[in-house]
Design a protein around this ligand. Structure first.
Ligand code: CO
Length: 328
């Protein structure tokens, strides 16, 4: 396919990015849209949409005290995508699949993001925090030097379903031992944006001119929950150079200039540059994550993610001796 020349001057024009991408898909040169009157770009800037680099099936597994889940990231097929370390989905109508939960356990060196769509997750920690994450709520927890907590999935009265996600985001060496921090967001704190045919809940980063409420995260992450109805399409920019992956949680869609199909239960890694472009025949819902890669060595062992084996040993020692939470 012909590479699409993207001229920043076109941003201020009446031709939308959507039209440009549609034109590209139809093999129409961007200049034929009449947008770039006279101003031929001297140094063309890349292709407009990110292509799909890799599609992987989420793996069924169990974790915690026996919670059945699907692991989209953190598998042998896809161990990590810097700065993202793990992505789990819990989705079941059977309480025995999730009620055992994740009793008391530690973390150090990264951040955990919990997103609940149905049911609930109750949490309690070593700092005396406790909370209830209901449908639509988010918890962005920066474990920093150490936290010991429990995360117990539950269901609402009259509905036995739990549907939730946990993402792990790495911290750079300079911030691994920072003070722990929580950003708890009730559903009404997460704004929605409409971008062409897409309805987007913006948790972190930006879409359609709407900024998400999660702030001050080192890797400047984007986290979007995107729903597109039948025969819908959308194009939205992603930060240049940020690694991006998406996980389809319902339906299917075609992504990127090559229209690669990604279905429910599959995770796709996108190229490093360009916009997100999606079209769906039957409707789709997916989670999109993008973040600045850290480019540092990763040493991981269970609930700890550090840079070196020595630091991992120290984390286990601190946990065993009860000083994980105090270490600073
Ligand atoms: Co945890």
């Amino acid at each position: 396919m012909r590479p699409l020349v993207y001229n920043p001057a076109m941003r201020s024009n009446l031709v939308s990015r959507r039209q440009i991408v549609l034109a590209a898909a139809a093999g129409v040169p961007a200049t034929a849209l009449g947008a770039c009157s006279g101003a031929r770009p001297t140094s063309p800037v890349a292709v407009a949409a990110r292509d799909v680099r890799l599609v992987v099936e989420a793996q069924r597994t169990a974790d915690g005290a026996g919670v059945r889940l699907r692991r989209a990231l953190g598998t042998r097929a896809l161990p990590m995508l810097d700065p993202f370390l793990l992505l789990d989905e819990m989705h079941s109508d059977r309480p025995e699949d999730y009620l055992a939960g994740f009793p008391t356990h530690p973390h150090r060196g990264f951040e955990t993001v919990t997103y609940v769509l149905e049911g609930a997750v109750d949490h309690k920690d070593s700092l005396g925090n406790h909370g209830h994450l209901g449908p639509g709520s988010i918890q962005w927890m920066t474990a920093g030097h150490g936290i010991v907590h429990s995360e117990m999935p539950n269901h609402e009265t009259g509905n036995s379903r739990l549907w939730g996600f946990q993402l792990w985001v790495n911290l750079p060496a300079s911030r691994k031992m920072m003070k722990p921090r929580y950003q708890d967001l009730a559903p009404d704190r997460v704004p929605e944006a409409m971008v062409q045919d897409a309805r987007i809940r913006v948790v972190a980063g930006e879409a359609g001119g709407v900024r998400g409420p999660v702030e001050g995260i080192v890797t400047s992450p984007t986290m979007l929950d995107i729903a597109i109805a039948r025969k819908g399409r959308a194009v939205t920019p992603l930060p240049d150079g940020h690694n991006a992956l998406l996980y389809v949680i319902d339906g299917s869609a075609e992504f990127g200039p090559s229209a690669t199909t990604v279905r429910e239960g599959q995770v796709a890694v996108l190229a490093e540059r360009g916009d997100l472009s999606v079209r769906s025949g039957d409707g789709v819902r997916f989670l999109l994550f993008a973040g600045q890669p850290l480019g540092e060595p990763v040493a991981r062992s269970g609930p700890f993610v550090m840079n070196t084996e020595d630091e991992l040993r120290r984390a286990w020692e601190d946990y065993r001796s009860g000083t994980l939470v105090d270490a600073g």
